[in-house]
Design a protein around this ligand. Structure first.
Ligand code: MFK
Length: 562
């Protein structure tokens, strides 16, 4: 009988081992800031590979439960979470994973510092990054719009580092009628003095153990459709700790994110306060969506990084056909493609984070603000899709072991699959790109100018071909946008996803070529240059064919019975 056992993959310090992240920070961070944060990031990288990973496994193994009644028959609707899940709440607050974005200790760079920490935390957190995303989004919304003692006090709870005081927030938009199209929102707000009472059902409420939520409802008498909606603040529990005129109908049985409590909730006179006055609720909650979409993109790249790290480690351990997997040219090629994808996506996401920091500090140029608006949906939609593909590839790199639950590997794929769905699906966000360009027609011009300036810096000969390819693709994209602007809405819609992918790939390409050039003297420089050349050699802009005949063919292909 064989006593042979495969050796499982191991994770080293997740900061020290991450040359890509470190090279990015070395370029992006002011030297004194890098000096200050590196020891802390190193400590977080250690915890991400050890303590947090163990907590995440425990949280996944002990998912939330809904306790409807207490022993005496009183309806309590308490969601019980594991000790491990609650430990993440303490860790997140003491590490200031949200607070740092509001303390702004490093000025406009504070968001990059915060998101670098989140990058290490997220893939070892059993999706605790989700409540943090909504907490951060709500904090920003209240910071901008939250007047009055109650809302200012809530902001204090969301941004504190004190675990005894800290709150998390939910963001409740989705109802039975839909999550993308929220015009059918049927939650009604009835005025009750200086507050409102909410009546309705919310179909997806993630992180339902939060203390507060921001939600949409229609004040009585307000117009139909999304324009009649207002944004409200509510607290989930009353002073006695009981549900605040609401019922938890059930917990969702989800494909992944299993440690994260997601529930259906019925509001039955829940006290709520207007945020930013009556009306324009969608425009107001868009502040939350911008933040949560950036978190989503961050979760996607950090998940990709984890998948790549595991697959790479295994490729050194696992022997097949007489050699370690990594010694096989085809496997090395597959891992290389994953790393290239990760590199482009990481730089894309952190560029968005940089722009967020500049905007919040009030030091962004008009062009920066336009690029942030444009790249937020682009980064979210592109990285969400790529995260699923990379997780799938990583699992395949483990062969059958990747398909077996107790290796923990299937979770990579399950948890990635939510990323293109929540916070706006790929198609909804592709259309949001056109919404952004309709509001700011010069958004693409501003992006193009930034990318060209980056490419102009590239003077090293071994990257000049790559720079030229990206520049040509960027020009093609701008020309296409002009052509599409003159097309019908239907034509623009049919091409929207391909157009958004083009923006993502061209932007990431320019960032990667620029970054490789800046890092050329570092030990990682040659690897980055290889990654940049491979990225640039793709078809950066997919076919943008459209038109009435094309759309008719799409309908026939997509919908007609064979
Ligand atoms: C680890 C990762 C963590 C993630 C945690 C997630 C957990 C939470 C789970 C969820 O909550 S998932 C549900 C998230 N839901 C969505 O993302 C909604 C998806 N649907 C859309 O985004 C639709 O496009 C939208 C609801 C916005 C369509 O609504 P409308 O009312 O038909 O859009 P309209 O009329 O174009 O826009 C209304 C206003 O909002 C306009 O402003 P004005 O009133 O000034 O004209 C728009 O400009 C503005 N707006 C819309 N989208 C915007 C925006 N402003 C800025 N940024 C945007 N993205």
């Amino acid at each position: 009988m064989s006593e042979f056992h495969q050796s499982p993959p191991a994770l080293p310090n997740q900061y020290l081992d991450d040359g890509l992240l470190r090279s990015y920070l070395a370029c992006a961070a002011p030297p004194h800031v890098l000096h200050a944060i590196e020891p802390e990031l190193t400590a977080l990288g250690e915890r991400a590979a050890g303590e947090w990973l163990a907590l995440a496994e425990r949280a996944e193994a002990d998912p939330p439960r809904l306790i409807r009644y207490d022993a005496w028959g009183r309806r309590i609707d308490r969601i019980e979470t594991s000790d491990a899940w609650r430990a993440f709440e303490r860790i997140a607050s003491t590490e200031g994973l949200v607070a740092r974005g509001y303390e702004r200790a490093y000025g406009a760079f504070s968001r990059v510092d915060q998101f670098a920490r989140l990058y290490l935390f997220a893939p070892s957190s059993a999706t605790y990054s989700c409540p943090l995303a909504m907490t951060d989004g709500a904090a920003r919304c209240l910071e901008l719009l939250g007047t009055g003692g109650r809302l200012r006090a809530a902001l204090g709870h969301l941004t504190t580092r004190d675990p005894a005081q800290v709150w998390t927030a939910g963001q409740w938009m989705t109802e039975r009628t839909g999550g993308s199209d929220i015009s059918g929102t049927s939650t009604v707000a009835t005025r009750d003095g200086d507050r409102f009472l909410l009546f309705g059902t919310k179909w997806f409420t993630s992180a339902t153990t939060s203390q507060m939520a921001l939600t949409l409802a229609r004040p009585e008498g307000a117009e139909a459709g999304s324009r009649g909606l207002s944004l409200f603040y509510l607290e989930l529990r009353d002073d006695a700790g009981l549900p605040n005129h609401m019922r938890v109908l059930r917990l969702k049985d989800k494909l992944g994110t299993r440690a994260l409590p997601t529930a259906e909730i019925e509001l039955d006179g829940t006290p709520a306060w207007l945020v930013g006055g009556e009306g324009h609720g969608v425009r107001k909650i868009a502040t939350v969506l911008t933040i949560t979409r950036i978190y989503n993109a961050l979760a996607a790249v950090s998940g990709m990084r984890r998948a790549v790290a595991l697959a790479r480690d295994y490729a050194r351990r696992r022997t097949a056909f007489g050699r370690p997997l990594g010694e096989h040219a085809l496997h090395a090629d597959t891992l290389a493609a994953m790393q290239v994808e990760l590199a482009g996506c990481l730089l894309l996401v952190f560029r968005v984070v940089e722009l967020l920091g500049l905007t919040e500090l009030g030091v962004a140029t008009g062009a920066d603000a336009r690029v942030l608006r444009l790249l937020t949906p682009v980064a979210k939609l592109y990285t969400g899709k790529r995260a699923v593909a990379i997780a799938s590839e990583a699992i395949e790199a483990f062969g059958g072991a990747g398909y077996i639950e107790d290796t923990g590997l299937p979770r990579l794929l399950r948890d990635a699959q939510v990323l293109p769905i929540w916070e706006g699906t790929t198609n909804v966000l592709s259309l949001d790109v056109w919404r952004a360009l309709a509001a700011e027609p010069d958004g693409l011009g501003a992006l193009g100018a930034e990318l060209n300036a980056r490419l102009d810096r590239v003077t090293s000969g071994d990257l000049s071909d790559a720079a030229a390819r990206v520049r040509t693709a960027a020009r093609g994209l701008t020309d296409a946008a002009l052509r599409l602007a003159a097309c019908s809405n239907d034509d623009r819609e049919s091409v929207a996803r391909r157009f958004a992918f083009g923006i993502a790939q061209v932007t990431a390409g320019a960032l990667l070529v620029d970054h490789a050039h800046r890092c050329r003297a570092m030990p990682i420089g040659a690897r980055l240059a290889d990654a940049a050349r491979r990225w640039a050699s793709r078809d950066l802009v997919p076919s943008l064919e459209t038109g009435a005949a094309y759309r008719a063919a799409s309908r026939r292909l997509g919908l007609d019975a064979d």
